[in-house]
Write a new protein. Structure first.
Length: 467
């Protein structure tokens, strides 16, 4: 049953690390820098909590609904702290918190059901579902609360316990989130650990962890999978994307330009399923480039706490350097910066919203995931050429098709090699849908009932029909 036990966020040692405000580049707080050898005790307590609470689904439902209420009640404090450490505009932080609460309620209402097996034998056979045990959740810095809840909400609803490690760039709002929902959850159902590597590597490879769910880079995802393999733990990996948007010949450029721009630049482009490449028909190419450039030039860039800001800073110095490097390489390859193309001359990690034209298809800004306020626009001659270019990537997270003939757009969408396709919009997800990538974009499925069952294992019972 839920208790009012204090939420566990470790950090009894003196080690702490600085947390920077990306709008200023200055330290504004600290978080505990926990050590890998602390994890044994954490996982032991998570295992004990799992054993004591796994058989009470009604209590779990009540706890998750109460947790959602608590998140909403603390929305203002969470939003300000999230913006301070992540950089996104305050309105986007509020949206992330609303999504977190909604996800808790969604999974609170999902209950795994038993399923009879009918195979002609004189037995009563039934599939039941059991939780896995302690689960490790490792979360990046772009949507720290939303992605954390995407991992812990289904895991807790399934009857597991969770040890959650946020990015060291955004630990504070996650720690506060844990404290906020502490009165709703049983003790040790959710534990937050913060710190630098090798803390995450040790968590992913800990022999007491039965499922590792990770969102981040391909390289780190491979390392996570290798670590989890030592104990044969299940893995769910969401490893980013290089989503293409294909504009058809009948697209109404001005009508879709705002939606297309924000599908690429929301959260300063730091979205795994953001539009990262645009393919426009040659006849419309100049109009598309100019429409996007106009919006990039007029977008208000500023600190996330400024109510007038539409785009905040890049989150951290390393990511800013990555955006600068991709831009410089594209320009060296012959691209034109029709808007932006440079870091802004102010404190913090601000980069001007950038639209690149005439980009060679082999430039890294096209072939790799730039993850910043940077968008290449490429022309195509034939639709087959556009589809081939969109699919010519190691990623396969999402994609979109834009046009007025919806039947034709859907036919083109069906040819894209990715996990989710949108028509005339992009990067909008339902809580009830499966979310999964192909190729290097990930392993496993999150979201909807699939996300719940990904945290369960089948348990089969056979019983004679007669004594």
């Amino acid at each position: 049953m839920p208790t009012s036990q204090p939420h566990r966020t470790l950090g009894t040692r003196r080690e702490r690390f600085a947390v920077l405000d990306p709008a200023t580049g200055e330290v504004f707080d600290e978080a505990p820098d926990q050590q890998p050898d602390e994890l044994d005790a954490v996982v032991d307590r998570a295992r004990d909590a799992w054993r004591s609470g796994r058989a009470d689904p009604a209590a779990r439902t009540t706890a998750l609904f109460a947790a959602a209420d608590a998140v909403e009640a603390a929305g203002a404090d969470l939003a300000v702290l999230l913006t301070r450490e992540q950089g996104k505009p305050l309105a986007e932080s509020y949206a992330e918190i609303a999504r977190t609460a909604a996800r808790l309620r969604y999974f609170a209402e999902l209950t795994p059901g038993s399923q009879p097996i009918t195979d002609g034998r004189p037995l009563r056979s039934e599939i039941r579902w059991r939780p896995l045990g302690p689960i490790a959740a490792i979360v990046p810095w772009n949507f720290p609360l939303q992605l954390a809840s995407a991992k812990f909400a289904p895991a807790l609803a399934a009857g597991n316990t969770v040890v959650l490690k946020p990015s060291p760039f955004t630990p504070l709002a996650t720690r506060l989130l844990g404290s906020v929902i502490s009165t709703a959850l049983p003790e040790d159902a959710l534990t937050i650990v913060t710190g630098h590597e090798p803390l995450g590597a040790r968590l992913a490879s800990h022999p007491g962890i039965r499922h590792v769910t990770f969102t981040g880079s391909i390289a780190t995802g491979r390392a996570v999978a290798e670590g989890a393999a030592a104990s044969l733990a299940r893995v769910t990996l969401e490893l980013g994307g290089n989503d293409a948007a294909i504009l058809l010949e009948d697209v109404e450029v001005e009508r879709i330009a705002d939606r297309l721009f924000w599908a690429a630049f929301r959260n300063c482009g730091q979205v795994c399923m953001a539009v990262k490449r645009v393919y426009a028909p040659a006849r419309l190419y100049s109009r598309v480039v100019e429409a996007l450039a106009e919006r990039a030039k007029t977008a208000v860039v500023g600190a996330g706490l400024d109510p007038g800001s539409q785009l905040g800073p890049v989150n951290n110095p390393g990511q800013l350097a990555r955006v600068e490097r991709y831009t410089a390489q594209a320009l060296a390859d012959g691209a034109r910066a029709v808007a932006g193309g440079h870091r802004l001359d102010r404190p913090g990690y601000f980069f001007a919203p950038t639209i690149l034209a005439d980009v060679p298809s082999t430039s890294p800004v096209v072939t790799e995931e730039q993850f910043g306020p940077l968008l290449p626009v490429l022309p195509y001659g034939s639709l087959d050429e556009a589809v081939e270019a969109a699919n010519d990537t190691g990623f396969g997270l999402g994609g979109s098709v834009w046009g007025t003939d919806l039947d034709r757009a859907e036919a083109v969408a069906d040819r894209l090699e990715c996990g989710t396709v949108w028509i005339n919009h992009h990067a909008e997800l339902s809580l009830a849908q499966p979310f999964a990538g192909i190729k290097n974009s990930g392993v496993g499925v999150a979201g909807g009932p699939w996300g719940l069952y990904g945290n369960l294992r089948p348990f089969v019972v056979h019983c004679p029909k007669e004594a």
